[in-house]
Design a protein around this ligand. Structure first.
Ligand code: 6R9
Length: 676
């Protein structure tokens, strides 16, 4: 690749395999899309009207008049003139036929606790009551933002759907993020209400979560945003599981407040298709996270359509996506897509490997899961800790999804043969927080699977790989380039919350040749991943080309990591780089240079780790901290992360003649490679 930035793809593994697996015939027979003619219906000749097929899966209060409005590129508008309510589509509309069917099944971590099935009727009741509370107790109105810092409990989808019911924009921050990280996102979104939980179970521990709310409120206040109310769900209603005290007048236990809203009904607010449904923050190239703003109509249509055709969800399935709802995968493919299709969606508390690596398969057997969705990092972990566990359980999957990072063919084969018992089709779905739903994948009953490649663009998505000069990289050339999407689609985010210029700059400026053009063809969307395209039309994603490190499927910005490291008083400079990691795909290593006169010590390394954990969260914990004499730098003073990453990964450092201090490279290499 010819990018200037440090690049994960430079350290990507290149697989040799060219093998195909055919979808099992048992699967094809029952699939939602088994006739290849559907591909023609979504071909470029039918763009953008093809997406009407997805929008027609929803119930609209007012039908739209314009499928796609391109008057103000790249701020695309979908289904203009249409009105609908996302909560109505995910809950109310299923009551007539399916009121007694489980909408959600929640599996608590302690195996001694009862699994809870929440029927569509019960979900309806709970979202009405909480929506009434948000409106009447918190005084929230259409367009206000609310931040959630919730773990994997049914209260999270209940809170999301309640906001959607009254037109309030939710912004869930992954529960594992630190209080400070949550506070940054509260401030950025201007939320005056924080919804959290007292405690939750993880890895055998009852974690105090309320403490993080206090840190979050304080961090937001330093940034000028005052949180008026903190709503605290209790893991065990009626008694608190957190030692952290409640702040009088600010903090409220939700179960206590709800008593006043018992059996209240709230009419779903009819929202314009273009009204924002939620924000989902993701890491970028600066320390300020990006609040990806998703729409109501376009987003819901897109996740419903892709969940139906690519995950093959039928209302009678029991569907389990193991992701955390705090990530986009959970929003789209645990909550909105599956519930819009009226299926049963399983959520679980804890981790896949506690109390042992048989837990996912036990849950699958007990609940009769038919569709299973997880990430390569979980698959690697489960294979390592329990390679034969799946055989011990009598579940039967028809379909499995993988998402979040490239999956090595070897890991794919274990997923197929051992987890799927050779009977389930696999889709490797490539997409991003910004995209709302899948961008590239095989259509499960139509295309053969190829381990390590995600597949062609999904229905209505026309990807292309460009080199740095906007030349199209041809299929089968074996050359890597920047994968882009040539066309708009309904699930694409509307903007970065509060930063429209950054939205245009980061995603649409690189390959736009005419900023005045109103033609969507002139505005390719830059995904930020390196990729190759096989002669068979299948894409293979190599990894990020920007300053983002993908750890266990989670995007961490190098700038965020470095900013956290340099808050340690002794640190002068920091560089975060990705290293190959057997289980998590990538891990983070931090290089630091100290201020003059300070000597290196274990204590400084520990402080750096601690600071990163406090400011971002435990998932960002570096694998190693290296204190080095100096950073390799360009003559203009830029730290050469690419060179450092090569050293960390025992790779060729490439051309270093343009460095201001080339001699430092050998010093660092000796120090680091000897220690590893
Ligand atoms: C959905 C999600 C997005 C980044 C993306 C890419 C990587 C996602 C992938 C994949 C290879 C796949 N990625 N799916 N790489 N194969 N099937 O993961 O969103 O958290 O925003 O991450 O993840 O690098 O750019 P998000």
């Amino acid at each position: 690749m010819t990018t200037q930035q440090p690049s994960e793809s430079q350290i990507a593994v290149h697989w040799r395999e060219e093998e195909y697996y055919q979808p099992p015939s048992r699967f094809i027979g029952q699939a939602n899309a088994s006739d290849p003619v559907i591909i023609e219906r979504f071909s470029e000749a039918h763009f953008p009207e093809c997406f009407k097929e997805y929008a027609d899966l929803l119930d609209w209060d007012t039908y739209w008049h314009t499928t796609l409005d391109t008057a103000n590129p790249p701020f695309w508008k979908w289904f203009v003139g249409g009105r609908l309510n996302a909560c109505y589509n995910c809950v109310d509309r299923h009551l007539a036929i399916d009121r007694n069917k489980a909408a959600l099944i929640w599996v608590p971590e302690p195996e001694s606790e009862q699994t809870q099935a929440i029927t569509y009727q019960e979900l309806y009741q709970r979202v009405n009551e909480f929506a009434a509370l948000l409106r009447d107790f918190c005084g929230l109105n259409v367009g206000d933002r609310v931040t959630f810092h919730l773990p994997m409990v049914p209260e999270l989808p209940v809170s999301m759907l309640s906001c959607a019911r009254v037109g309030v924009i939710h912004s869930e921050v992954f529960g594992g993020f630190s209080g400070v990280a949550c506070g940054d996102r509260i401030a950025d979104s201007g939320s005056r209400v924080l919804v959290t939980m007292d405690a939750y179970h993880r890895n055998g521990e009852l974690v105090d979560h309320k403490a993080k709310a206090d840190e979050a409120v304080e961090a937001a206040s330093k940034l000028g945003v005052q949180v008026d109310k903190v709503l605290v769900w209790r893991r065990y209603p009626g008694r608190s599981s957190s030692p952290t005290p409640m702040v009088a007048g600010r903090d409220f236990f939700v179960d206590e407040l709800l008593a006043a809203f018992h059996r209240q009904r709230v009419e779903p607010v009819s929202m314009p298709a273009e009204a924002p449904l939620f924000l989902m923050y993701t890491s970028g190239t600066t320390a300020r996270p990006k609040g990806c703003q998703h729409s109501t109509g376009g987003y819901l249509a897109y996740v419903t359509g892709t969940a139906k055709y690519y995950q093959d969800i039928h209302p009678e399935d029991t569907y389990w996506c193991m992701a955390d709802i705090g990530w986009i995968t959970g929003h789209s493919y645990i909550v909105y897509g599956p519930l819009s299709l009226g299926t049963t969606s399983v959520i679980y508390e804890g981790v896949p490997t506690y109390p042992d690596a048989g837990r996912p398969w036990r849950i699958a057997e007990q609940l009769g899961v038919t569709i299973f969705h997880t990430a390569p990092t979980a698959i690697r972990m489960l294979r390592k800790l329990g390679p034969d566990e799946p055989h011990k359980y009598g579940y039967r999957f028809k379909h499995m999804t993988t998402v979040g990072e490239p999956i090595e063919p070897d890991v794919w084969r274990w997923y197929f043969h051992t987890v799927g018992k050779g009977e389930a089709v696999i889709v490797d779905t490539w997409w991003q927080t910004e995209n709302g739903g899948f961008l590239a994948s095989t259509l499960p009953a139509v295309h053969p699977m190829k381990p390590g490649s995600c597949g062609p663009g999904v229905l209505g998505i026309y990807p292309v790989i460009y080199d740095e000069d906007r030349n199209v990289i041809e299929a089968g050339s074996g050359t890597a380039g920047n994968i882009c999407i040539r066309n708009p689609w309904p699930g694409i985010f509307q903007t970065i919350w509060g930063q429209p210029e950054r939205f245009v700059e980061l995603y649409y400026s690189k390959y736009n040749t005419d900023p005045e053009s109103k033609d969507w063809r002139d505005w390719p969307y830059l995904a930020g991943d390196g990729a190759t395209l096989g002669a068979d039309g299948y894409f293979r994603i190599l990894g990020r080309i920007d300053d983002v490190i993908n750890v266990a499927g989670h995007r961490l910005g190098t700038k965020e990591l470095e900013s956290a490291a340099i808050t340690v008083a002794q640190v002068a400079e920091a560089a975060a780089v990705p290293v190959m990691d057997e289980l998590r795909g990538r891990a983070v290593e931090i290089y630091i240079a100290l201020k003059p006169g300070i000597t290196s010590s274990k204590e400084i390394e520990e402080k750096v780790v601690e600071s990163i954990e406090n400011q971002i969260g435990k998932i960002a914990r570096p694998k190693n901290v290296w204190i080095v004499a100096d950073m390799p730098k360009t003559r203009s003073g830029k730290i050469m992360r690419r060179v450092i990453a090569s050293i960390s990964n025992f790779a060729d450092v490439g051309d270093i003649t343009t460095l201001a201090n080339p001699e430092i490279v050998d010093d660092i290499r000796h120090q680091v490679q000897r220690a590893k």
